[in-house]
Design a protein around this ligand. Structure first.
Ligand code: AHG
Ligand code: MN
Ligand code: MN
Length: 337
């Protein structure tokens, strides 16, 4: 069905449900509840400077990082809303070490993994942050969902997306039929379709990597980035560097303008495969990028969507963005250059 700019997100979700006669409406319900949570977080993020909510809560999360108050707020908002929505059977969050059960009697047929607030080091400084989500169909048949329901490949996702709290709040999601982008009109509290059928430019304009870590990079990372910095055949500079430090914001810019984002493993933490988490950071963005015509791989050239999750908070090296530059990265990282 052609997408009409300006339609509301609930209309769009209903329209896409209608083209699947077998659909029960549960995914529609799930997405709608998640969007309500996103609107609540958006309004809190916008109020952050005023509401004296800034600052550290003093706790350390399961990744060993400082948790800021807005992270807690976002995490709780999503958990409270989704544990009684009736559409999910189990959840996993960056901020919770174990799986999150839903209320007794409210078990549904989907699972939800999420990063409640990505880019939280930017909260205090008015830089874009976001919520990332990934939805799978449950596999187990008991009453409650199980960890294994969450440990499914990215390829198995039924929906994924993010809400970015930036100069405006946007929702970008996919149910496997392309990528749709909506902008929140805060005066009426509705998301309106502003970016139908998003396609990522085949060639990148930007590369995004934390270059301060270059002393710890393995040779393949160095060679690839140096190659991007070289002049092209006509003696021109081809790329600019952009790195915000919020994955969701770096990804969003690259999705719209063309870019490649790299978070490699490095010599500083040789036992860790990078920093970013597979289930609620890499996999959902990989689903989006593939639906938009881009690619996402790890440093062995494996498609992120085919990486088998073993652990809820598993990390994965991530190379994601415009097709040409990811193809090029694949050659550097797998030793073909
Ligand atoms: P989070 O705020 O959810 O913990 O994620 C932060 C992540 C990601 O958003 C970003 O791309 C990356 O950390 C930045 O890490 P470095 O500061 O190491 O570059
Ligand atoms: Mn994150
Ligand atoms: Mn986070």
């Amino acid at each position: 069905m052609p997408k009409r700019k300006g339609i509301t997100v609930s209309r769009q979700i209903m329209d896409s449900q209608r083209s699947h006669p077998e659909a029960t409406g549960e995914l529609t319900g799930l997405l709608n509840d998640l969007i309500v949570a996103g609107k609540i977080i958006s309004s809190e993020v916008n109020m952050a400077g005023l509401a004296d909510i800034l600052g550290q809560s003093g706790q350390i999360n399961v990744q060993g990082e400082q948790v800021q108050k807005l992270d807690d707020f976002a995490n709780l908002t999503i958990k409270r809303r989704m544990e009684q929505c009736g559409y999910v059977c189990i959840m996993g969050s960056e901020e919770d070490e174990g799986t999150i059960p839903v209320l007794d009697g409210y078990e549904g047929k989907y699972t939800l993994a999420f990063d409640p607030l990505d880019g939280s080091s930017n909260i205090d400084v008015n830089v874009s942050i976001g919520t990332i989500f990934s939805i799978h169909r449950r596999k187990s048949h008991g009453k409650q969902g199980e960890l294994d329901d969450l440990l499914q490949k990215g390829r198995e996702q039924v929906a994924a997306g993010y809400i970015i709290y930036g100069s405006s709040t946007m929702l970008v999601y996919t149910v496997g039929e392309g990528v749709q982008g909506f902008t929140l009109d805060p005066s009426v509290g509705e998301f309106f379709l502003s970016h139908p059928d998003i396609k990522i430019p085949e060639r990148a304009k930007y590369y995004s990597i934390n270059e301060a870590y270059s002393r710890y990079w393995y040779d393949s990372t160095t060679a690839y980035i140096e190659h991007l910095k070289d002049l092209d055949e006509s003696g021109e500079r081809s790329y600019s560097l952009r790195y915000i430090g919020s994955l969701v914001a770096d990804f969003h810019r690259n999705l719209i303008n063309g870019g490649v984002f790299v978070y490699p493993r490095d010599r500083k933490s040789p036992d860790k495969p990078g920093k970013l988490r597979l289930l609620y950071e890499a996999a959902p963005l990989a689903f989006l990028v593939e639906q938009a015509g881009g690619r996402a791989i790890d440093d062995q050239g494996r498609n992120i969507l085919d990486v088998e999750p073993q652990d809820l908070h598993q990390r994965v090296p991530l190379i994601i963005g415009s097709k040409e530059e990811v193809n090029l990265a694949e050659r550097f990282f797998t030793g073909k250059v």
